[in-house]
Design a protein around this ligand. Sequence first.
Ligand code: VGL
Ligand code: ZN
Length: 189
Amino acid sequence: MKNKKILIVVDVQVDFCEGGALAVSGSGGLIPELNKFISFCEKSNIQIIFTKDWHPVNHHSFKSQIGKWPPHCIQNSVGAELHPDLYVPKNAFILTKGESVHADGYSAFENKALIDTMGLDKAVKVYVCGLALDYCVKATAIDAIRHDFSRTYIILDLCRAISIDNKSTLSLLKQEKVAIATSSDLMSD
Ligand code: VGL
Ligand code: ZN
């Protein structure tokens, strides 16, 4: 299909939202905005994929191991669930990542099912949003470009970051040829 689009909503899970183990600031205000865009995509027949960080208890990124993060998104825990306020359409795909102890799992492409779900048509527009801009959103968008999805966008207003300053993240994204968009641009596109 011409002009096909795919939306990837990255890691909008309890642990990354306010009150969670690795809360990203501003995530509370993000969810209503995200829900509007998800509903728009559903009505527009845009394929929607949700990712979940899904770590074993001894994941190497945890401080208790060799990593820098507090334990988060442990498989089958409440913290690893998609946030209960997030709108998840019935026919959306939900994919997990970060399941192996020794891989970071920042990019959703670590789960080989993502590429199968996206299909062979590299001309699709790929929209990436969610948490956190400077880790899993960034890694997923850059990996989309590396997998030849050359029309990959970050929806900047539908992301929140762990770092306070987005300058280096945005310059890296530009360097990697990821486009930056806003949800209002895309809804009027
Ligand atoms: C993430 C830090 C650790 C993310 C995941 O989803 O951006 N950040 N694990
Ligand atoms: Zn993680």
